[in-house]
Design a protein around this ligand. Structure first.
Ligand code: PLP
Length: 449
């Protein structure tokens, strides 16, 4: 089919996620028909560098021969069999592999199928853990960061804090305790960024202490808050969160759905880079190299044991999805971990991170660039209409989207978060490709702002 025929069907019958359809129908979506390495190919045969890793999940490029072969080989065995009270080989062996790689005493793996469900599972587990732990019954609440994003299911939205996405559902949600995000680009009335960050961290510590008796868990995205616009965290932040949780006797859930699998530019998991061990760890996106919807919630034996007992005691975790532990996804995950090991991927990342930092430096002089935030191989370039006053563009102008649309004319596919242009390249991108992406962003900003 031609691009126009496909678009006609798309416009007539498809409802796209996070997409205002009144605008979508006027814009020109990329109609992807194939991909190769780091490039997406559209219906007209044009190629674009996938600078957002197909929404932050692709790790080693598209159609990677090793991952392709692993999925094909698994297809010859079994595509899917239930994991409810049952097991499949690749998912079982993957659990052992994840536990071996994960930090500290995480020893059990509960599979699901998206980042949202990995978080939903962690929240329900933490809640139920305390209900089944003598003396813990009052621990029913969660503490989360301002501007947090942990997914779109009702539990994960309840610990979210992005008004545009979440406010509409207020009446449906449970009430979470919110600590300020420690990224202080826009903190009114505080002269230094360091002071603002310190003040935010102290407020979090205070809230954890004040609410200690009722806290089931603190949930944090370590390293940076991606969907909030790549809001970075000050050094030592996560260690202080862990210490506050320990002092309050509560659990720490780390959501590494976006930052796991090398995004930190240093370690496989972001919490390792920070020297922190969580009680529950949520993984998805990069787990399968960006191939298939598989997610995992890892927990300590202490958490798991609270769910043991005779069936009639009602301690079982009654949660599961049809495609839980899907063997094709598990095969893709094995292959992804093979590549990390065989190619010593992590060792090559710091040089890429620094190369990217160097390239981004030239954007700093552009008047429309208010802030550039980088965490490993995650970048947010925040556009403003007045740099000194940090004034936002009117949302109706859709500057972020227009910059990304312009970048496409330079062969780069990007998707912004409002007026933050987000760059989340596959780990395997070359320095030259990273330069091409920054060139395209620069050209986009110059053309649109
Ligand atoms: C930190 C974080 N948690 C959870 C999610 C939700 O993941 P999914 O879209 O796979 O449900 C995302 C998605 O971007 C995320 O960035």
């Amino acid at each position: 089919m031609t691009r126009d025929e496909l678009l006609e069907i798309d416009r007539a019958h498809v409802w796209h996620p996070f997409t205002p359809h009144s605008v979508y129908t006027g814009e020109a979506p990329l109609m992807v028909v194939a991909a190769e390495g780091h490039e997406l190919v559209d219906a007209d045969g044009r190629r674009y560098l996938d600078a957002v890793s197909s929404l932050w999940c692709n790790v080693f490029g598209h159609r990677h021969p090793h991952i392709d072969a692993a999925v094909r080989a698994q297809l010859d065995r079994v595509a899917h069999a239930t994991f409810l009270g049952n097991a499949t080989e690749p998912a079982v062996t993957l659990a052992r592999r994840l536990v071996d790689l994960a930090p500290g005493p995480l020893s059990r793996v509960f599979y699901s199928d998206s980042g949202s469900t990995a978080v939903e599972v962690a929240l329900k587990m933490a809640f139920q853990f305390w209900q089944q732990t003598p003396g813990g019954e009052a621990r029913r609440r969660f503490l989360t960061l301002g501007n947090a994003y942990h997914g779109d299911t009702i539990g994960s939205v309840s610990v979210g804090g992005i008004d545009l996405f979440h406010a509409r559902y207020g009446a449906l949600l449970f009430d979470s305790i919110r600590a300020p995000s420690p990224c202080c680009y826009r903190h009114p009335g505080i002269a230094s960024r360091v002071d603002a960050e310190e003040r935010a961290v102290r407020e979090l510590e205070r809230l954890v202490e004040v609410h200690a008796a009722e806290l089931a868990a603190v949930i944090i995205e370590p390293g940076m808050q991606g969907a909030a616009g790549v809001l970075t965290q000050p050094p030592g932040f996560l260690k202080r969160v862990r210490a506050a949780c320990d002092a309050a006797g509560t659990l720490l859930i780390l959501d590494e759905v976006a930052v796991g699998f090398g995004r930190s530019g240093r370690t496989l998991f972001a919490c390792e880079a920070a020297g922190v061990e969580p009680d529950l760890l949520c993984l998805a996106k990069g787990l399968t190299g960006g191939y298939l919807p598989l997610a995992a919630t890892l927990v300590t034996e202490r958490v798991f044991e609270a769910f043991l007992g005779p069936p009639e005691a009602g301690r079982t975790f009654f949660h599961g999805h049809t495609y839980t532990g899907n063997p094709l996804g598990a095969a893709a995950a094995h292959a992804t971990l093979d590549i990390f090991e065989r190619e010593d991927v992590l060792a090559g990342l710091p040089a890429k991170v620094e190369h990217l930092r160097g390239e981004l430096a030239r954007l700093e002089t552009l008047p429309a660039v208010g802030d550039i935030r980088q965490y490993g191989l995650c970048v947010g370039v925040e556009l403003v209409c007045d740099r000194a006053a940090k004034t936002r563009y009117p949302p109706t102008e859709r500057r972020g989207m227009r910059v990304c649309t312009e970048a496409r004319r330079h062969g780069v596919f990007l998707r912004p978060l409002g007026d933050v242009v987000v760059l989340m390249p596959p780990l395997s991108m070359s320095p030259a490709e990273l330069t091409q992406i920054v060139d395209a962003i620069e050209a986009g900003i110059l053309a649109v702002c």
